[in-house]
Design a binder for this molecule. Sequence first.
Ligand code: NAD
Length: 354
Amino acid sequence: MIWPFTYQALPMRVVFGAGALASLPEEVEALGLTGVLVLCSPEQEATGRAVAAALGKRAAGVLPEARMHVPVEVATRARGVARDLGADGCVAVGGGSAVGLGKAIALEHGLPVIAVPTTYAGSEMTPVWGLTEGGQKRTGRDVRVLPRTVVYDPELTLTLPAGMSATSGMNAIAHAVEGLYAPDASPIISLMAEEGARALTAALPRVVADGGDLEARGEAQYGAWLCGAVLAATTMSLHHKLCHTLGGTLDLPHAQTHTVVLPHALAYNQPAAPDAVAALSRALGGAPDPARELWELAGRLGAPRSLAELGMREADVGRVVELAVANPYGNPRPVTRDGVESLLRAAWAGQPPP
Ligand code: NAD
């Protein structure tokens, strides 16, 4: 049965394919931009400078200072640099950190962002921004921060290390999982979520076995695009709430935390989300228990499976449980203190989901 739904398409252009980076100058020109600031993290400075060189006089400068969770001081400095250079747009090259910095500039100055993603995090598809100050991350939605154009070039992901490829891919799958049982799910978004999960789970073992496999890289990035679009269109539930809390309070690494928590959060919700289980089961090649299958997949990919491995102390479980249950939010299965506690204890210890 098709249930009633609302679907809001987002205004954005996507250019996809191996070698797509070559079209960046045309994309900058199509938006009427004459001097863009190229943003990247310090580790990807060489890539950022190569992109600026390809843009020639249309690049106003390079700022290789993007950092995880967009610290407010980094955003303030980047806004100042953009203003001083007279930039009329930004090109964010990298993962969610570089894209997030572009969004922080757009939020204040309204400068259009072109995203050139090099991980599978999916931020480039969403109007969600985040800023961190004094250990607290604030997030919000504003269509002004949505990149106008996204250039996906799988060649740029060839250098993403196996570990980061695996966890970043699991981060993307988490968007698909929670999109499938979201309160604002819709048939079109469920199609994208199922196909995104299928593409990523098929591609990731090949990507991890051979980081230079361009076809597998392309399939993974296609999946990441779909999963990012799902994240943009739906309200996330328990899994994202837990990861947000773990990242914000204990400073655990983003993609790795998603990887560890996902099988447990899905196992918690599976009894209350039969349609999502059916879709994920199809996406995962007929696996009867998608939560268990994702846990097995993380193991096969050599990804972390315990929060202890990520540096969390067992003594912190209680604090995270309190924070996670403090504000009520939508979830297919009621969120109880005992339920969240046993979920987190299993995730902390690296046990398989029940
Ligand atoms: P990241 O952007 O912090 O990148 C991690 C590291 O990998 C960096 O050092 C980066 O330079 C390096 N890297 C990236 N691509 C590479 C490549 N191809 N080759 C070699 N090194 C590469 O990590 P991320 O997981 O992409 O992003 C996480 C951040 O994005 C978090 O702050 C998260 O909250 C945010 N995020 C936001 C949204 C949203 O919708 N607003 C969605 C997803 C993630």
